[in-house]
Design a protein around this ligand. Sequence first.
Ligand code: FE2
Length: 292
Amino acid sequence: MPLQRRDFLVGLGGSSILSSSALAATRTLPEFTFHIVTDTHIGRQDNEAALKQWKRVADELNAASGAFVLHLGDVVDSGREAQYPVYMDVRKTINKPVHEIPGNHDPLDLFAKYIRPRIDMSFGHGGVRFVLFNNSDRESHLGFIKPPQLEWLKSELAEAAKADQFAVLCCHVPVHTNLHPDRGWYVKPADGQTELYALLEQHKNRVLGLFHGHFHNGIRGWDDHRPFIECCFPSCCYNQDRKLVNHPMLKGFVVDDLRIGYTNVTLGGGKMILAYKPLGAESTARHETAIP
Ligand SMILES: [Fe+2]
């Protein structure tokens, strides 16, 4: 599906000879790959297991070909301040940009102090605007998108439209409603879900995905708001088996792999490929979605 191309048309003197299919073809994304890690939980159970795994992930990322890394929250476990420098020492060894968002285990003041002063931010890569924002709370497993953030998201998507970019939104807690056998942790309608979906509806063919951490259940996602997908990504600290594969009540998609690991995401050529990458093993499981 084409993006809104008003600016492009104006730039061509308002030419009306371009058909919508021609516009769609011009906006097929060039292919690129990036990596998603999440829920490192450094310091968990007051031992070094999580740190050792983070080091192994960093080594693999250094050998991988993706352009950058997204970390979708819960950098440290239970707000342990001393663990942020420990996390950063390993992070500094990664030979590509790493962009984090906070999770419910990350106090915002500590995230701002050790990771990045400005928490809600965006950056562009390959014609896609990656919009990163905090929707988690230290006191809850639920997600919250506050009115000033909705205004900011509105302006971010307006900027994406102006620049003719696609968009990917990243926040720790999934926005999509979910109940048993899932965790039941999401952004409730009154806490910003309704407004966000209404905003995304206005940018329906621009937004490619909503990406999250938080679940520790491997790759688990929903595609009922196509053309964008919503997805929780595997933790590289621990994942739990909630018997989601082939569960009779399950809606959406799940990738059958619960090993600790990360995800290689490839956009372009009309596809979004989420390839599960277990630590120290070959990537086998994947989920594929059609995109513009
Ligand atoms: Fe977590």
